[in-house]
Design a protein around this ligand. Structure first.
Ligand SMILES: Nc1ncnc2c1ncn2[C@@H]1O[C@H](COP(=O)(O)OS(=O)(=O)O)[C@@H](OP(=O)(O)O)[C@H]1O
Ligand SMILES: Nc1ncnc2c1ncn2[C@@H]1O[C@H](COP(=O)(O)OP(=O)(O)O)[C@@H](O)[C@H]1O
Length: 294
């Protein structure tokens, strides 16, 4: 069906559409979506206004419409509006129905007094990703904030144990961790994902899984020479000796972020920020964006 689909985390939403009699109406969702055929809004200058049925914001909105449709979501600062045709998602599973829960993300965030998000730490091996992830999780814990860390090395011991370091396996590694991180964010947890994630496209895919603002990309901007001199696991030495093939930074690519939320730049060894200072930098970002409140 060609039309409009609005996804919300509530059983019904209040909606006013040109095609609906009597202004606003409360409309029930089926499998998490309000679906409207093109005919209900294909007026000359169609305007859609949707609000959640309670004071809770709509967690996500998918607009599938003709180019002429304009959607207007007043007072919904947390709303993520995406254009997507109902039939346009070729990866959409068939015969699978989304089951809504009566407790939504905003309820959990209220309980935890924080907002779920993903802190995605990317950088070369030895750039300090795990160290910063650890310092961040400790500093947030001390403030009473709940985090969970997904470390590339660790996840490769379990969920991703079947994956190698070939480009397509790295992509799959990142995709799976991105999906798991999204679940944590939905719980209301501040999820810290710390992995090399060398390809920009893979990181951008993970970003696109989340509502605007909820993906915070942190780049460990540390020169290869510094990472190599640290070499805590002796892997650079093995890579230089040709005993590890396809090692990031040596004979495999790393694409630095072009426009990320936080850059933690290494300056000089005698003047480098401590992991705690780096963690505080990320915390300031989260605080300014309101992620440390319910
Ligand atoms: N070929 C190759 N290239 C890069 N890294 C390698 C490789 N082989 C093993 N290792 C070790 O694996 C850790 C990186 O795993 P990730 O899951 O973060 O990598 S990726 O995001 O899929 O690229 C990485 O851990 P960190 O040093 O913590 O980054 C390495 O210890
Ligand atoms: N800010 C820092 N200054 C100096 N050394 C650091 C810093 N952060 C991490 N290190 C050291 O660098 C090495 C690599 O850190 P690690 O967190 O394991 O990096 P990654 O997870 O990116 O591989 C470790 O020996 C760690 O103690």
């Amino acid at each position: 069906m060609e039309g409009l689909a609005i996804r919300a985390s509530r059983p019904s939403i209040i909606c006013s559409l040109p095609g609906l009699d009597g202004g606003s109406q409360r409309l029930p969702l089926s499998d998490g979506f309000l679906r409207l055929p093109t005919s209900s809004y294909a007026a000359d200058k169609p305007k859609l206004v949707a609000k959640s049925a309670s004071l809770h914001p709509i967690s996500a909105v998918n607009v599938s419409a003709q180019a002429s449709l304009t959607a207007d979501f007043p007072a919904l600062s947390e709303t993520n509006v995406k254009e997507e045709r109902i039939n346009g998602d070729k990866n959409k599973p068939e015969n699978i129905v989304w089951h809504e829960s009566s407790i939504c993300r905003c309820d959990r965030q209220q309980l935890l007094q924080q907002k779920g998000c993903v802190i995605w730490i990317t950088g070369l091996s030895g750039s300090g990703k795990s160290t910063v992830a650890c310092a961040l999780s400790k500093a947030l814990f001390e403030r009473g904030k709940l985090t969970y860390t997904l470390d590339g090395d660790n996840v490769r011991h379990g969920l991703n144990r079947d994956l190698t370091f070939k480009a397509e396996d790295r992509t799959e590694n990142i995709r799976r961790i991105g999906e798991v991180a999204k679940l944590f964010a939905d719980v209301g947890v501040i999820c810290i994902a710390s992995l090399i994630s060398p390809y920009r496209r893979d990181r951008d895919e993970c970003r696109s899984l989340l509502p605007e603002g909820d993906f915070v990309e942190v780049f460990m901007d540390v020169p290869l020479s510094v990472c190599e001199s640290r070499d805590p696991k002796g892997l650079y030495k093995l890579a230089r000796a040709g005993k590890i093939k396809g090692f990031t930074g040596i004979d495999d690519p790393y694409e630095a972020p072009l426009n990320c939320e936080v850059v933690l730049k290494h300056t000089r060894d005698d003047d480098s920020c401590s992991p705690r200072q780096m963690a505080e930098h990320i915390i300031s970002y989260l605080q300014n964006k309101g992620y440390l409140e319910g």
